[in-house]
Design a protein around this ligand. Structure first.
Ligand code: SAH
Ligand code: SF4
Ligand code: F3S
Length: 473
């Protein structure tokens, strides 16, 4: 049993991270352990977790497991969890409660909890005390150990808990079962060293570790050869790529090299405004296959709150970057994340946030009420604002954000835009769906032969969160 420890997780060492290519091992026995059994993985949280689940699924299939169509028909259910806000946490415990009932009718069901919540000691304590139905807990740093851990669980009775608080090395031989046949995620960096005062990620994901560029570029090239049309480079703070690894190889260089693989569409998330360099902007502007779409989290428009958050930019420098991006990258769509109700946020601070939103008129924005996370500095800050007041602010912000989303979409009316069609539309049998280069969801009147292609689409109707269009022959 190895339990998580948040204090330990906070520590950063200067030790050089090693690349390991032989850490994921399957013995003959482990290769057959899951034969005849079905798994179901439920994923919460960000793209990083989505991609981890793709690794987890591939590992399970290496062990002989097959994917179940529902939890009810599975022999193994894994919850890949997110710790970013209280509601993510509550959703997971709600689901564990549901699984407990399922286990009453199917005692052979194995239940596992992994992901960011598994890195939090208070969560694991709660599971140990109150949720005996959970058989397995593992963290974000030891996914490659899943086969060995599952064997222990299947051999024994009682909970198996293995969570490493200090991150390990970069493991390069974990397989992936990609969910989407046209779009692929590629990790370029793990962890985060920014320690924004509200955020749990630097504790649950460990220190920033960039992947070596050779491995990244090899993966992108292979994806292109396999026919993938779009690659998204993933990290919590991709603009800082390489800083922990190279003297003179940056995100701008990586973007350029990845673009030269000839991938049709290249994207990246998430960009911290702090590390966004002019070189990066020039590369994005120069290469047509780097998509004109940037997620640029603002968090707050108030300098006072930004300082308390530890974001290290000001309203002014954020706006300067924003305008530079808009000026240099033609047709660039920009989206953001905003937190309201950070401890001590006054009406004046909030007005600064509204002011930035009125200036930037974002294509869309993800908005959140501040959620105190145990172990983070902001959780200890004095906060006199009532929840009602925070909800009011969120409501006012959302009204504005939605208005600008609609306005941004209205500019598309009558235009012809490239859409990567990826599947049938959810609500209409005669329509397919996909995304523009600027990451707008479009429902297209077209037949299903268009799936898996980038096609020109004329926009005929505009909604707040999506567009409708028809294919241009
Ligand atoms: N690495 C990204 C953010 C990842 S988390 C970045 O720095 O931009 C995604 C979003 O969740 C954040 O941008 C922030 O808006 C929100 N978030 C993170 N911690 C939060 C908290 N404690 N309460 C409310 N929202 C939070
Ligand atoms: Fe969290 Fe800040 Fe790191 Fe983003 S940059 S993951 S908000 S600590
Ligand atoms: Fe959540 Fe962990 Fe991602 S906390 S947002 S799943 S890095």
């Amino acid at each position: 049993m190895k339990l998580p420890n948040l204090l330990e997780a906070k520590k950063r060492t200067n030790e050089k991270v090693k690349v390991k290519t032989d850490e994921y091992i399957l013995t003959h026995e482990l290769k057959h352990l899951g034969e005849g059994l079905f798994y179901y993985v439920k994923t919460y949280g960000c793209q990083m977790n989505e991609h981890d689940s793709e690794n987890i699924k591939a590992i399970l299939e290496d062990m002989g497991y097959r994917e179940a169509s529902s939890m009810e028909t599975a022999d193994l259910v894994l919850l890949n969890t997110c710790a970013i806000r209280e509601n993510a946490h509550n959703k997971v415990f709600g689901m564990v409660g549901r699984l407990k009932h399922l286990k009453e009718s199917n005692p052979n069901l194995t239940i596992g909890v992994c992901g960011c919540m598994a890195q939090e000691e208070h969560v694991v304590e709660e599971i140990m005390k109150k949720y005996k139905c959970v058989d397995l807990v593992f963290g974000t740093h030891n996914i490659y150990r899943l086969p060995q851990l599952l064997k222990k669980v299947l051999d024994q009775k009682g909970q198996e808990i293995e969570v490493y608080s200090m991150e390990g090395d970069v493991i390069e031989n974990i397989p992936t079962k990609r969910d989407n046949p046209y779009k692929a995620w590629v990790n370029i960096q793990y962890g985060c060293d920014k320690f924004c005062t509200y955020c749990i990620v630097p504790y649950t994901r460990g220190k920033q570790r960039s992947r070596e560029k050779e491995y990244i570029l090899k993966e992108v090239k292979e994806l292109v050869e396999q026919g993938y049309l779009e690659v998204t480079l993933l990290g919590q703070n991709v603009n800082a790529y390489g800083k922990d690894l190279y003297e003179d190889y940056t995100m701008a260089n990586l973007l350029e090299d990845a673009s030269k693989t000839g991938v049709k569409r290249l994207r990246f998330v998430t960009s911290h405004p702090w590390d966004f360099t002019d070189e990066m902007i020039d590369v994005i502007a120069k290469y047509d296959n780097i998509m004109p779409y940037i997620h640029l989290p603002l968090q707050s428009g108030s300098d006072r709150i930004l300082k308390l958050m530890g974001r290290r930019y000001t309203k002014e420098s954020y706006l300067e970057l924003f305008h530079k991006l808009k000026d240099k990258i033609p047709n660039c769509s920009i989206t953001t994340d905003i937190i309201v109700g950070f401890p001590g946020e006054t009406e004046e601070d909030f007005a600064d946030t509204i002011d930035v939103v009125n200036t930037c008129k974002y294509d869309s924005a993800y908005t959140f009420i501040f959620s105190p996370r145990i172990g983070t500095p902001a959780a200890k800050m004095k906060d006199k604002i009532s929840l009602e007041e925070k909800e009011q602010r969120l409501y006012r912000l959302n009204e504005l954000v939605n208005q600008y989303s609609k306005e941004a979409n209205e500019k598309y009316l009558g235009k012809v835009v490239p859409v990567l069609v990826e599947g049938m539309s959810g609500n209409n049998k005669d329509m397919v769906m996909g995304y523009t280069d600027t990451q707008k969801l479009v429902n297209v009147k077209a037949n299903k032969d268009t799936i898996g292609k980038i096609v020109p689409v004329k926009i005929t109707e505009v909604r707040t969160w999506s567009l409708n269009g028809e294919i241009v022959e």
